[in-house]
Design a protein around this ligand. Sequence first.
Ligand code: ATP
Length: 198
Amino acid sequence: MLKALELAGFKSFADRTRFDFPDGITVVVGPNGSGKSNIVDAMKWVLGSQSPKGLRGKEMSDVIFKGSQTRPPAGAAEATIVFDNSQGNLPIDAPEVHVTRRVYRSGESEFLINGESVRLKDVRDLIRGTGIGIDAYSLIEQGKVDRMLQANAKDRRAIFEEAAGISRFKAKKLEAERRLARVQTNLTRLSDIVEEVG
Ligand code: ATP
């Protein structure tokens, strides 16, 4: 389902760079410090990572290309994940879904889905239940296999629920329950007022 990743001004990728992930296994090789992990950082970042430390930096703006001996720093960092949606796995009526995150030196940042400005929540809702999320199982970093094996039954169940696509509905249910509780409170308040007035 992952089709490509495009980076521009992101960490060591000053120039616009596109990685295509055709069917099968893609292996990224290169010397130490050449930017292999930066590719994974970019994916986590697009999927909504809010922790600079999780991206091996101190501040969010650390993801912007900081310049080299021959090049000035970039003004912004941008990364786009392209998903193949020809099977309609994502709830968007388009054969390809582009999820973009951008951050400027000023600190301003934005998310886009197929070129339209959205909230972080929309990105999270889009990928929930697909197994792609930053907390999901598609990004398996060092130590994660151990953590999965040692997880308690409840946490392990969450992994299976994400794989089965149930977590999207669970989150929606929770949201609906919260909304219902708010409506209930308003109704109670309203009936108090009606009683007072009447
Ligand atoms: P290793 O095999 O050692 O883990 P790697 O190929 O995974 O290496 P990364 O850790 O992805 O390499 O890349 C680190 C490189 O990215 C360093 O050279 C670092 O200077 C560079 N880098 C990180 N952030 C920025 C930035 N904001 N601007 C420019 N370069 C950056």
